[in-house]
Structures are given as C-alpha cells and as structure tokens.
Design a protein around this ligand. Structure first.
Ligand code: ADP
Length: 388
C-alpha cells in the first residue's frame, strides 16, 4: 500500500510539542516528510536550545508512525537543531521561491527556514549557493558541476566550487589542484584556486585511500565546516558538488545549506531518470527550487563516421523535465574529450573554450544565471537558447 506524506502528516498532527503544547505539525516543526520504498524519513526542525530535551520526541514520533502505519518497514526521524528562537511560533515556514530580481541568496534576508543566525554565518558573502545533484553516482555530476562553475565564471560571475561528494571527491583532480589549503590564522582555511575558481574539497582533507565510511551527521558537519570555516570571501555563486543519491546525508545537506536552487544531472536511461526523479522529489520536499535537469552522456557522436548514436536513449531527460514541469537545461554528449579534459584537470570549458562542448555547458550556465537573477523562474519550461 502506497503511503503518502499526508498519511504521515495526519499521524504527526496527533503528537504534541512537549514544551509549548499544540501539535508538532501546526507548530511548524515538521520540515519534510519523505516516503520511500521501505518506509519514510521525517525531518523535524527544532530550536538549538531544545534539541537535547527533545530526543525522546524522536522516539515518540517513530513509534507513533510505525503503530499507525505498520506496513512501513523503516521509519527514520531526523532532528535538526538549526532554528532560531521564536521560529516555531509560525506555521511551517516556506523556503523562498526562485529569486525574483538579483536577490541576495535566501537566508540572508531573515525569512524562511534558512533565516537562523547559524545559517547566516555560512559563507555570508556568497550571494547564491547552488547544488549540483544526481540520483546515483557515475552520471557525470562532478563533470557538470566543474564545467557549469567555469561556464558561470565565463559569464562574468565570481564563482567557487565546494566538493561535498565525500564518497568520491573528484574536484581536486577535475580542476587540477593538489596540496592542502593554507590556514594563516589556524582557525579558518583559505580555499585553493585554479582556473579563476575558489575551490574547497573534502578531498583536500583526507588521503585518497582513506575509506569513506561517513555517516550522515558527520557528512553534514563536514559540509557546514567547509561553508563556515573557509574564507570564501565575496562570491556571486558557490556551486556545491553534492554526494550522489538521495539518502539521509543528501537530504540533510539539501535542507541545511541555504541553497538558492539545485541542478539535477541525469543520463537518459530510464533507470537513471527514476533516480533523478527521487533527487527532484528530495529538493521539492525541502522547498529548494529545482532549476532544471541536465542530460549528460546524452548521445555519442562517432569520431570516425560523424554519426550520432543514442547510446542511452537520447531525450529521456527532456521528456521527463517537460512531464514534471521543470526546465530542461540542456544536453551534453558522451565524448572522449569531455572525459579526458575533466579527468586531466582542465575541463572542456577552459581547455577548448570555443568548442561545441564548451558552448553546451555555457548555455546551461546562462540558464542557471538567468534563473538566479530572476529573468526566469524555476517553475517555467526552459526558454529556447539563442546564442550569438
Ligand atoms: P559523478 O560525479 O556523477 O560520479 P563524474 O563526473 O565523476 O560522475 O563522471 C564519471 C566519469 O565519466 C568520469 O571519468 C568523467 O570524466 C566521465 N564523464 C562524465 N561526463 C562525460 C561525458 N559527457 N562524456 C564523456 N565522459 C564523461
């Protein structure tokens, strides 16, 4: 039997806030409900000062949902303690929609769930933070993140890249940076720089061979540190290369980082698209606008005969984006040059800036920039790309 978030919300509405009375739904403490194949994840947001006292609430919520909906095999309740005092007096706050006009990034204005004082300390001089995400690994998320960052930079924006893919940090390799970031004051880190980008990666902190068995909360704190304790300085856009997938770690990141929006990368295969839908759903549940889908490895142009081969069934992501009513941002072919340049530290946008692959990435960057600047919204289909 399929369980919807409203089934779960009905159960949650029977649970009282132990400190203030009233139910936890009406008090705005339920920030996301994510039904999945085996059960559901429920994210509760509470004031930092109440977090310790409320640990029993976590168990109560789990027990209540399991009792009322016994067919749910696994119910996970995640408590986040990011809300500022007083935030619970409102009904569930909504994250700002896609910005209209060249707005500061959400969270800087004092509205919405990202308005907590703690969040404002994350990269305070960065105007927009965007996530590049995928439903599963290996679809080219990091390749797109690197080239998108370089494309945004080519449009005149100042850009940073934060490699949060703790399972396989690839930005040091893709952006050609090695070594360790300096910490002149012993407390904060200076980001590394190459190709004009500021770059921070969990890969700078760990040896490549280190087994990455990090649990969700550790991932979250590593990311928060990379936002808070790195001297990003003023930037127009910080591109976060998310860990692949839609599990607890990704969900928490999506919820806790003050994101202006997300770009989802998918290959055209149906299976990958199913995963991409999960990614989309995840961002929607936490009210982060999805700027659109990029279809990577969309088709293959044979270097011998010049013919186009649709190895993975070209066009799936475009159709899916249309069906879901979100912008389709563009398609990137499967091409050796893209792999070689990304894996060699000079992504195609810088190694062959006038080539067709660079053009494809810069076109995607234009759509993302336009959405950030409010020339379009995350809810409309992508405008036709006119490139002169
Ligand atoms: P993810 O971040 O989704 O795990 P990566 O960006 O690391 O994926 O890409 C996985 C591999 O596929 C890398 O070797 C990368 O160079 C290659 N790759 C990604 N996109 C393309 C493409 N469009 N054409 C050719 N190779 C690609």
């Amino acid at each position: 039997m399929a369980t919807t978030d409203s089934d779960i919300r009905t159960v949650l509405a029977t649970i009282e806030d132990p400190d203030h009375g009233g139910n936890i739904v009406d008090r705005g403490m339920v920030s996301a409900i994510l039904p999945n194949d085996d059960g559901a994840q429920i994210i509760l947001e509470v004031e930092a000062g109440r977090a310790d006292r409320l640990s029993s609430l976590q168990t109560r919520v789990e027990d209540a949902v399991k009792t009322a909906l016994p067919h749910l095999a696994k119910v996970t309740v995640i408590m986040t303690a990011e809300r500022s005092a007083g935030a619970e007096d409102a009904n569930r706050p909504q994250r700002q929609a896609a910005p209209s006009g060249p707005a500061p990034r959400p969270g800087a204005s004092g509205n919405g769930p990202q308005a907590g004082a703690e969040r404002r300390t994350m990269a305070p001089d960065v105007r927009h933070i965007i996530a590049v995400a995928s439903g599963k690994g290996g679809v080219g998320k990091s390749t797109v993140a690197a080239n998108l960052a370089l494309g945004l930079q080519r449009l005149g924006l100042s850009v940073g890249v934060l490699d949060a893919d703790i399972y396989g940090p690839s930005m040091p390799r893709m952006l050609g940076v090695t070594g360790k970031p300096a910490s002149p004051d012993g407390k904060t880190l200076d980001p590394m720089e190459n190709h004009g980008l500021k770059i921070m990666s969990i890969g700078f902190m760990i040896e490549e061979e280190t087994p990455m068995i990090w649990r969700g909360p550790m991932v979250q704190s590593a990311l928060q540190q990379m936002l808070r304790d790195v001297n990003w300085g003023p930037l127009d856009v910080l591109v976060i290369d998310m860990p692949p997938g839609t599990g607890d770690a990704q969900l928490t990141l999506a919820q806790q980082v003050p994101l202006s929006g997300a770009v989802i990368v998918s290959t055209p295969q149906d299976i990958a698209l199913l995963d991409a839908r999960k990614g989309l759903n995840m961002f929607r549940k936490v009210d982060v606008p999805v700027f659109g889908i990029v279809e990577n490895m969309s088709y293959f142009v044979c270097s011998n005969c010049g013919a186009q081969h649709d190895v993975f069934g070209h066009g799936g992501a475009r159709r899916e984006a249309e069906r879901l009513g979100i912008p389709f941002l563009g398609e990137i072919p499967l091409h050796l040059a893209i792999r070689e340049t990304s894996d060699g530290g000079t992504p195609v946008v810088v190694s062959n800036p006038e080539g067709e692959h660079a053009y494809a990435f810069v076109s995607i960057a234009e759509l993302v920039r336009d959405t950030l600047e409010g020339n379009t919204t995350g809810a409309k289909p992508a405008p036709k790309i006119v490139y002169v």
